[in-house]
Design a protein around this ligand. Sequence first.
Ligand code: FES
Length: 214
Amino acid sequence: MSLPYSEKLIEYFLHPKNVGELSDADAVATEGSPACGDMVKLYLKVDENTKKIKDIKFKSYGCASNIATASIITELAKNKTIDEAKKINWKEAADELGGLPPAKVHCAVLAVDALKTAIENYEYKHGLVKEKRPTTIELIKNRLKHVINPLTGLDVLKVNFIKDIKLEDGIIEIYFNLDSDHQFADSIRDEIKERLEPLWDIKEVRVIFNDETN
Ligand code: FES
């Protein structure tokens, strides 16, 4: 079967660069695609003085296009400053790979979103956000839109997994319609913390499952 991919894309799919984790990452982001339920996780190590990306790694639970675009994005971003890396877009990644079939554009968008969110998380954590807007329930919901339940491929808001969200004195409490022994409870908890803890005015994020309420 001949695949509608360029040779370069197939090469990056078969031999992706920068796959893996960074245990001492300065920022991490996981993005899920509402279009297909796939996920990509990206790790950044940033030089504190020059703000250049010193190291970058990714893991993908996505298709060939996602693996190839995530890989090329890590190569494009390495040694760039975070401001330069923010400008990388899916079109640039797709062009670098010799084009993408239209049905696979969202896979490149997913990879670029992971890079942008990781940089945003770094900026929040390091007080680099210029316009510091206070966190609201709306902003929390926006950040949760890309947390995918691996079982259904749908985001946690869409499947009504969340009963309630409370925000008070820099503490976010998210009440789930699931028990803590649900097969993906731990990964959902980790991902939610990863998405909300970098917010500049948030001191603590509590994810509370059904059986953890009194
Ligand atoms: Fe899901 Fe490509 S089809 S990332």
